[in-house]
Write a protein that binds this ligand. Structure first.
Ligand code: ACO
Length: 377
């Protein structure tokens, strides 16, 4: 029997061609739809970034206005989906569990939709699912989406019931643009795998939410914030870092499978967070964040000699989202609110040039077991 080479975690294996994003792990560069992440993050609205991924070009002003209006009309969720989210909140399910349940239920009403309409619907409805769950979780009634607000502003509005200020909306747009797509990461690969079986987009999004939930992927910013708050209270980041590493623990928000240098998204989000904290007049916490990064990178360099471990996207996500006022319990779900557009764009690519995703495994189990009836075992 031919023994195929084992690629644990599919590391270094190219599984798809894509125009969505290019991740250069050696140079620390990221292009989204051909545009450097730095330019897109700082300037685009989230709807522009979604259009870029869906159509593989930037929209004209008229196209953007139509696209924004179209997404806005798709934000409502059915009363049955609300009931699922109310139950999830009553059971104290996590936001990611609620998002998974809400996404699965949001398939209602999309049965006859085209692929384009379903992809838009899934993107439009994610903030409504998260905000509805959160309102119930807070013991409040959900707030209906507004069609006159942009995607980011409406998300903040549905969470609080108040129209957000410009700085918070810009901060959130920057975040949503930054994490909208990132090569074939675990959740994107999950989505592509689902549609490779000729399954549907809602199923792909539901499965991808499950994949994003884990702490090695999208679940890191919550623990990052805990870590930063502890250090901010206690002081002495160096002692904290050394204690964690000595105990064999990983520092959340550091290291990346692909980047061998600092994640370019960390730079984008750190500038956005710096602006936000400076504008709020309370940049004490942000100073701790900066000090922590510098101490941790040095300590990790001593700790792991064979590879450089720098901040990844999740480190500054925690500081930025906290500064905007997004509840910590919603950090990973807010990542999903952005990344869902990347999932949908990748699903379209997968369908255009589909080949069933079906790798092989190497059997390492027993080969000489004999069958014994259950009563004789
Ligand atoms: N803290 C301490 N040590 C680390 C860290 C870390 N954050 N990350 C990697 N290492 C060490 C490992 O202990 C390992 O050391 P060893 O060889 O002595 O055992 C070595 O670096 C390689 O680690 P791997 O797990 O093989 O690296 P991999 O490429 O699989 O991991 C990952 C990437 C999962 C992101 C890892 O760096 C990690 O666990 N980071 C912390 C969690 C995190 O921040 N997740 C968010 C990732 S970003 C995103 O998905 C959007």
């Amino acid at each position: 029997m031919v023994r195929s080479e084992l690629h644990q975690g599919l590391e270094g294996v190219t599984v798809a061609e894509t125009s969505c994003s290019r991740v250069d792990g050696e140079a620390g560069e990221l292009l989204i739809g051909g545009v450097p992440v730095e330019a897109l993050a700082a300037n685009a609205t989230y709807e522009e970034s979604v259009f870029l991924l869906f159509e593989d070009r930037l929209p004209t002003a008229d196209e953007l206005a139509d696209f924004r209006a179209d997404l806005a009309t798709r934000r409502d969720i059915h009363a049955d989906v609300r009931a699922v989210l109310r139950r999830a909140a009553e059971e104290e399910a996590s936001a990611m569990d609620a998002l998974r349940m809400g996404t699965a239920a949001a398939t209602l009403g999309t049965e006859d939709c085209s692929q384009t309409a379903t992809a838009r619907r899934v993107v439009a409805v994610f903030p409504t699912i998260v905000a509805t769950y959160w309102r119930y979780r807070q013991g409040e009634e959900p707030i209906d989406p507004r069609t006159d607000l942009g995607h980011a502003a409406n998300y903040l509005y549905m969470l609080t019931g108040e129209e957000p200020n410009e700085a918070d909306v810009r901060g959130l747009e920057t975040y949503l643009n930054t994490v909208i797509d990132h090569g074939v990461n675990a959740s994107t690969f999950t989505a592509r795998t689902v549609v490779s079986t000729e399954s549907d987009l809602v199923s792909a999004a539901t499965a991808a939410v499950g994949s994003l939930k884990g702490p090695l992927h999208g679940g890191a910013p919550g623990p990052v914030l805990d870590m930063l708050r502890t250090v901010h209270e206690r002081g002495d980041p160096e002692a904290y870092v050394r204690e964690k590493l000595a105990a064999g623990e990983r520092l959340m928000g550091f290291g990346h499978r692909v980047y061998r240098v600092r994640d370019p998204r960390a730079a984008v989000l750190s500038s956005a967070a710096e602006r936000l904290y400076a504008a709020s007049g309370d940049d004490d916490f942000f100073e701790t964040v900066r000090a922590f990064e510098s101490v941790a990178v040095d300590a990790l360099a001593e700790h792991s000699t064979d590879r450089r471990l720098e901040t990844n996207v999740e480190f500054y996500t925690a500081a930025l989202l906290d500064g905007i006022g997004i509840p910590q319990a919603l950090f990973t779900a807010t990542f999903g609110v952005s990344r869902v557009a990347g999932w949908m764009a990748h699903c379209r690519e997968q369908r255009t040039d589909n080949r069933l995703v079906r790798p092989v495994s190497r059997y390492v189990g027993e080969t000489d077991r004999t069958w014994t009836p259950v009563g004789d075992r």
